[in-house]
Design a protein around this ligand. Structure first.
Ligand SMILES: Cc1cc2nc3c(=O)[nH]c(=O)nc-3n(C[C@H](O)[C@H](O)[C@H](O)COP(=O)(O)OP(=O)(O)OC[C@H]3O[C@@H](n4cnc5c(N)ncnc54)[C@H](O)[C@@H]3O)c2cc1C
Length: 267
């Protein structure tokens, strides 16, 4: 059994977020981290590896320095890694990104018992589209918003979160699952042995040349040219003003609060 885990390197938005005059993120001036939901996907894969034994393959599409992030995941316990990187892939929107990642996975091979784990959403692009699009392009079933995964015979049983509850879903492999970062799973740290070992583990680089014969890869379906998304305007939203503070614990304050909420149709 093999689990591909798609991970994205994103700017660390917990510190100062730098925005360029044109409204795009100034990624170069911000440190890079593994997308938080993807940490969850890695942890779910490593838990399954610990329980039932399987190969965990970390996959990312990004510039060459993304290798550092892949080594980190290898030090956490992944078995091998794939870096999809080429000038031709630059400028890709979610459609083209998923096209390229799906092609890379099918190039390596997706077997009957394989799974693909993604994060639910990246904290920079924020679309939550790439996981479901990869599943569509590989024509495999998908379950999104998952926070528990277990294997029962040939089926995978997952807990899918809803706004007001959850669903338990049984899905056949091969399948794609998008994982949410929830408090029930704390992600593991790299170990000293893992760090010593991570440079001995296989890391494959797949560029345009390696993937050019894949059916989904054409100049018109990748990179900026193959990206149907157009950005018309990008701006920083104005900061919200300070809220109204109602002081005192009297019944008058409660009445005023209720009136204000009713006026805004909150209650
Ligand atoms: C016109 C246009 C041009 C763009 N040009 C560039 C560019 O040149 N360089 C650039 O970095 N971005 C570029 N982007 C942004 C890029 O499209 C998105 O970062 C990317 O498609 C992922 O979308 P998202 O961040 O919304 O991810 P989501 O869909 O929110 O991510 C969901 C999950 O998919 C997986 N995933 C997403 N992206 C990757 C990845 N790269 N590798 C592995 N797994 C992944 C992860 O598991 C992630 O948690 C461009 C966007 C547009 C619209």
């Amino acid at each position: 059994m093999r689990i591909y885990v798609c991970i994205k390197q994103v700017p660390d938005t917990s510190g100062k977020v730098a925005v360029k005059p044109d409204g795009t993120l100034d990624r170069a001036s911000m440190s890079a981290i593994i997308n938080p939901d993807d940490m969850s996907a890695i942890e779910h894969a490593l838990i399954l590896k610990d329980k039932i034994g399987c190969q965990v393959t970390a996959v990312t599409m990004g510039p060459p320095p993304a290798e550092g992030m892949l080594r980190e995941v290898l030090a956490m316990g992944a078995d091998d890694a794939v870096l999809i990187s080429s000038r031709e892939f630059g400028g890709s929107d979610t459609f083209a990104t998923s096209q390229i990642i799906a092609s890379a996975i099918s190039h390596i091979g997706i077997g009957k018992d394989n799974m693909i784990f993604c994060g639910r959403q990246a904290i920079d692009g924020d679309t939550a589209q790439v996981g479901p699009q990869i599943a569509e392009k590989l024509n495999i079933p998908q379950v999104t918003y998952v926070n528990e995964i277990s294997k029962r015979d040939n089926k995978v049983v997952v807990k899918r979160l809803l706004e007001d509850g959850y669903m338990m879903i049984e899905v056949e492999t091969p399948c794609l699952i998008t994982c949410v970062k929830e408090n029930n799973v704390s992600t593991r740290y790299m170990t000293i042995n893992g760090i010593m070992d991570c440079y001995n583990k296989p890391l494959t680089i797949l560029d345009f040349q390696a993937l050019k014969d894949e059916p989904l890869i054409e100049v018109n379906t990748i990179g900026l040219k193959g990206s149907p998304t157009n950005i018309f305007k990008s701006f920083t939203p104005p900061q919200k003003g300070v809220g109204v503070m109602l002081e005192g614990a009297s019944s008058d304050t409660v009445v005023e609060l209720v009136e204000r909420l009713q006026k805004k149709h909150v209650i």
